[in-house]
Design a protein around this ligand. Structure first.
Ligand code: ATP
Ligand code: MG
Length: 566
């Protein structure tokens, strides 16, 4: 491709609404343009990268035995009514009517569509297992579309669904997909982690999210370098507490300390000259119209999902100061677990604490040397707080590392939720009819493009990993009016093209600095600069990622770049 013909409108400035690097850079480098909130035009450079991402996904899915299909984006409402999701999926689903007043949705995900196909065509255990995937547009009317391609209303997803005769076989395929996803993201050249994820209402332990590590990620994860445990912080479990046998012998006498005008946990800790881990904080919440007192170590936060699950509710909220007074008879901000009169739920993090501080129930006073087992009783500790970096690994006890990440893929064992609701059954060896056991596996294709940038950029622009770069090499003649430079540049360009390399020739009659800036911004891994030294038969190769520059004989440059690309 010649740059003079390339439709890649690059920009000096980032758009005002772009908050994160991938959004800014994909727009500035001419990969995407915003059409409306959460809707983007994808320009030729963007399509090139997306096609490479899709190619890797296709190859690996095919290799894993999955087969590609393509189902309509218009989903008839009947199928969603049958699965029970038409009214529960919520406002994210875009619904509309055709000219006959029949209702449809633009598919946000395709369990219903695929289950309908399989139930009609597959009857016997002999036809199973089957894993079908598609790569196509999905629509979700997100409340807050943002961060460019990261959270769109229309985006490209690879979604796969597998059908099995047994739970065991569904689990085998689950791990097959786990391996496949690991290969996919590795081949893309991305640093990622597969983390245990929340399984929502379906439950079970078969859900992993594939997270691309990046500081701007919306997700948090912890992992253990020693044993390989990795989980999203939503899901990560706290290690079993170690409660020493003779802890009672350490107990000191409880006393009241005067703590005027301190309210927040940090204020209290500062005032007392201790850190948050020496304090226990009590939080009053309301779930199902019932108040609960939640006790956590001062430096920890409630994990909402864990608490919801424990209480078996869909929702909870923090009590207002007024309610706190009414429910507990204590002063908000100075709450004490001692003699608390509403149900007390104590987090695991409190189990190892001895002689800690809590509120006293009275304004401006805290209690010192509080101990569970003496000052208030705990029948059971519950894991309801969020795991953090530095915590002990729940599997091996080593220290956990915390990172932020972007969810690019999700694998999930569905069980028989959809097959039962939609009567997707098969006849087994003994002639019995049974619901198929299902799994589903998604990759956010457009989100991968953004995540790759989020992980690979610098102040000059994008640094594409070679496997998903729109072009692998750019040839830059410094002065297009110099016939020798142009001749050599054209020759290198042609040779690389003949070798099947995606190469861009910057044949624009522009200043060299301007062209270098564009090359860096677009993020092409290798730049071959053909300048003055070409009269001595020498050109320069620049590696975008490292900034490394090498002079090399023009004759040898193709060979050299090819070896670096492989
Ligand atoms: P999230 O928690 O980020 O909303 P999700 O759990 O709703 O994601 P899935 O339903 O598992 O996502 O969809 C599969 C994949 O599709 C996700 O892993 C993600 O990469 C991608 N994806 C989901 N929603 C969006 C969106 N609004 N824009 C772009 N990609 C998305
Ligand atoms: Mg979502």
């Amino acid at each position: 491709m010649r740059f003079s013909r390339l439709f890649a409108p690059t920009l000096k400035e980032s758009p005002a609404d772009a908050e994160i690097p991938s959004h800014k850079l994909l727009i500035r480098a001419g990969f995407i343009r915003k059409k409306a909130a959460g809707l983007y035009d994808i320009l030729p450079l963007g399509v090139r990268t997306l096609l490479k991402i899709e190619k890797i996904i296709r190859e690996e899915m095919n290799r894993a035995g999955a087969q590609e299909v393509s189902l309509p984006i218009m989903h008839p409402s009947e199928l969603w009514i049958e699965s029970g999701r038409w009214n529960v999926y919520g406002k994210e689903m875009i619904k509309f009517k055709d000219r006959h007043e029949r209702e449809y949705a633009l598919g946000p995900t395709a369990e219903e569509m695929i289950t309908d196909l399989v139930r009609k065509e597959v009857r016997s255990y002999k036809q199973l297992p089957i894993n079908l995937f598609q790569i196509g547009r999905k629509f979700r009317d997100e409340i807050r579309p943002r961060f460019g391609l990261m959270r769109c209303r229309e985006f490209i997803m690879k979604d796969a669904y597998s059908f099995h005769i047994s739970d065991k076989d569904a689990e085998r395929e689950y791990w097959n997909m786990y391996e496949t996803y690991s290969r996919i993201f590795k081949r893309m050249g991305l640093e990622f982690k597969a983390v245990e994820a929340d399984t929502g209402e379906i439950g079970g332990k078969f859900s992993h999210e594939f997270m691309v590590i990046a500081d701007t990620g919306e997700g948090k994860l912890v992992y253990c370098e020693k044993c390989g445990y990795a989980a999203s912080t939503e899901k990560a479990e706290q290690a079993e507490p170690v409660i020493s046998q003779g802890r009672e012998s350490l107990f000191e006498e409880i006393e009241e300390v005067y703590t005027p005008d301190v309210k927040s946990i940090n204020d209290v800790a500062d005032f007392l000259g201790v850190d948050g881990s020496s304090l226990a904080k009590l939080i009053v919440i309301v779930a199902d119209n019932k108040p609960y007192a939640i006790l956590l170590r001062g430096d920890r936060e409630i994990n909402e999902l864990k608490l919801l699950r424990l209480l078996k509710v869909k929702d909870f909220r923090f009590a207002t100061d007024e309610e706190v007074k009414e429910f507990t008879g204590q002063e908000p901000g100075f709450l004490s677990p001692v003699n608390i009169r509403i149900p007390l739920i104590v987090d695991t993090s409190v189990a190892e604490m001895v002689n800690f501080y809590t509120g006293s129930g009275r304004k401006d006073y805290h209690l010192k040397n509080v101990n569970w087992g003496r000052d208030f009783s705990v029948e059971q500790f519950y894991d309801i707080s969020e795991v953090k970096g530095g915590d002990r690994c729940p599997k091996c006890g080593a220290s956990l590392i915390e990172k932020r990440g972007i969810e690019v893929g999700h694998i999930f064992k569905l069980g028989t939720k959809y097959s039962e609701a939609m009567n997707c059954v098969f006849v087994d060896e003994n002639g019995n009819e049974k619901p198929m056991v299902m799994g589903c596996y998604g990759i956010g294709v457009t989100r991968v493009m953004a995540a790759a940038v989020e992980q690979n950029y610098d102040e000059f622009g994008i640094i594409w990993p070679v496997p998903i770069a729109p072009f692998e090499v750019e040839v830059i003649p410094v002065n297009v009016k110099n016939s020798q430079q142009m001749e050599v540049a054209e020759k290198i360009y042609k040779e690389l093209k003949d070798k099947g390399i995606d190469v861009l020739l910057d044949d624009r009659n522009e200043r060299a600095g301007f062209k270098f800036k564009d090359a860096d911004l677009i993020g092409i891994p290798f730049q071959i600069v053909v300048g003055k030294k070409v009269s001595d038969g020498v050109v320069e190769v620049k590696v975008r990622k490292t900034g490394e520059k090498m002079e090399i004989a023009a004759e040898k440059v193709v060979e050299m770049v090819l070896s670096r690309l492989s």
